[in-house]
Design a protein around this ligand. Sequence first.
Ligand code: 13P
Length: 255
Amino acid sequence: MALIEPRPIIIGNWKMNGTSESLGEIRLMAAMLDGVAIGCEVVVCPPATLIRTVHEMLSGSRIKTGGQDCHPEPQGAFTGDIAAEMLRDCGATHVILGHSERRHYHGETDALVCRKVTAAHRAGLTAVVCIGETEDERDAGQTVPVVARQLAGSIPDNVSAENTIIAYEPVWAIGSGRTPTTDEIKQVHQAIRDQLAERLDPQTTAAIRILYGGSMKPANAGAILAIPDVNGGLVGQASLKAKDFLGIIGLFAPN
Ligand code: 13P
């Protein structure tokens, strides 16, 4: 059987940005994409407080909505936490998990991320699992081993191309305006694909999307998205403005 190239996906991570005042950008995104052919899937992950509203505003558009984290359990005495089922209930189809900001500021381990990925699957959400090295790890030549260790520990065995997306986000590239070279990105994405091949069948391995994230913007996205094994992007700052976000989405030839 021929291996199918995955359909690219661009995911916007709004992080802790956005109040009802920001909804104008969502309205603009929907209007700018209305009737326009696009060559990728698109997901916007606003803060939890806006997920339902954004989902309702985007109904009828091709833009999906996602969360930025979830708790491993479906319900219970976990003040302030949000279950995957609750995200689903608000209209989310995706959830970002194991983002380096969660790992750093909230001490999330690979094992916890793995439980969250299982929770996302339980709720019918696609998990967007983030991995990436710090600058010190890169300087020590440890990029591939670090990413491999995170990947091994952060995904359960039953992942599929439908329920899981991997996002490679070098920590030092996030919000810094710096990115790895295209060769460096290519090497890491290839290593991730090779590692997936050790656990998954060839069809699943080829179909799982591996995204790049970290200072992606319209000006550099074309070169990054053309790298083999880069199947889309996880976009922070540039996803907050419809014009920038659509500047990235528009780089894919419509199909
Ligand atoms: P920036 O695009 O702002 O660097 O953020 C990347 C990121 O962390 C997306 O999850």
